[in-house]
Structure formats: structure tokens, C-alpha cells
Design a protein around this ligand. Sequence first.
Ligand code: GAR
Length: 214
Amino acid sequence: MVKTAVLVSGGGTNLQAIIDANILGEIKNCELTAVISSNPEAYALTRAQYAKIPTYIVDKNIFPNRDSFTQAIVNKLNDLDIELVVLAGFMYVLTERFTKEFKNRVINIHPALIPAFCGDGYYGIHVHEKVLAFGAKISGATAHFVSEVTDDGPIIMQKSVDVLEDDTPETLQRRIMEQAEWKILPQSISLFCEGRLRVEGRIVHIKEATNESN
Ligand code: GAR
């Protein structure tokens, strides 16, 4: 079983999708070892506690800078022998200290079709505000490995979602979560834990399932 930590900052609907898919057996070979929150008030912590997953708080606000915050997260992941890290609504960009140590072992979910509407300043509801302001007709979600550059790492899975005429940022966000994020994030975690992902440069190859991984 791949020891997996989920990093969160807020509501945790993506965490819930992971918990539910794991209970249903849709994620194979994954142990949800820890949920780590940057925010002591995050509702995601309550979701984890209901699911009996150990929770830890690494409170962003008590650290003087990004380096010391990153170091605290890395220490916690190493203490727990974590093999896979999932960023599920984790709202901070960590330093190279983290991305180098966990290279191709961190999966992020981004609520748009990378390389559109991504990078610094594109997070949470702001992504959907910018999609609507630009007049895009399609958006969606991307599950990708995290690299040194924000939202630039190798893409594992993407799913598109139509933008509707009367969408608000909130309705678009919700539809993208339901139709894309909550599906491709658990699927990507399973592919990783089954050992079916091979990264070559920035291309992610997905191996066919074998009988053992079924
Ligand atoms: C999700 O839409 C996620 O894709 C996004 O924030 C939301 C968190 O919701 N993440 C980012 O924008 C990261 N750049 P959740 O806490 O309910 O999963």
C-alpha cells in the first residue's frame, strides 16, 4: 500500500471524493496515512476525522516565511514516511525544497485545463472568475505532477466541462468539481498507487492495467 498524505487548506470536497473512492475500492493500493492542513479551521479536517484518518496542522500563519513553512511540511511528511503527496485544495506554493525532494510524487488538482488559466494568482474561485471574464466556452480540470514552476508539471489526466451562458463563478466551480475534479483526482491517485504512471520528461505515460492491478 502506498502511504499517501493529502494536503488541504479549506472545505475539502476533493478530499471527500478521495475518501469516498477509497472506501468504494476505486482507488487501489493506497493507504490514506495523513491529512495535513495549513489552516486550523479547515472543514477538511472534520471530513478526515469522520473517516478516521490522522490529521495534522501545519499552520501557515505561525511561520515567518515560505522556506520555514515548507521545511515544516517536509519534516512532517518524512516523519510519516509518506510516499505520495496529494494537493487537494492546498492554497500555497511550496519551495523547491519540497518539489525536488518529492519529484514526481506530488499530485495537484487544478480547476482549469492547463496550460490555460493557471500559474501564480490562479487558485480557487479566481480561476473561474477569470475563465468567465475571458469568455472561454470550455474549461475543466487537470491532475498533474508538481514541479518547480506553478501548475507546469507533467499532466496525468484532464477532463473538459462546458461553460454555460448563465454561469457564475460559483456554478462553474461546482460543475467542474462534480464533473471533473472529483473524478480525475481519485483516478490519478489510483494510477500512481498501482504503479501505472511512467514519467518521461514532461510526458506521463499510462500503462495498461494488468491482472494484478485489477
Ligand atoms: C478546488 O476547486 C481545487 O481544484 C482548487 O481549489 C478548490 C478547493 O476545493 N485548487 C486550486 O485552485 C489550487 N491551485 P476543496 O477544498 O473543496 O477541494
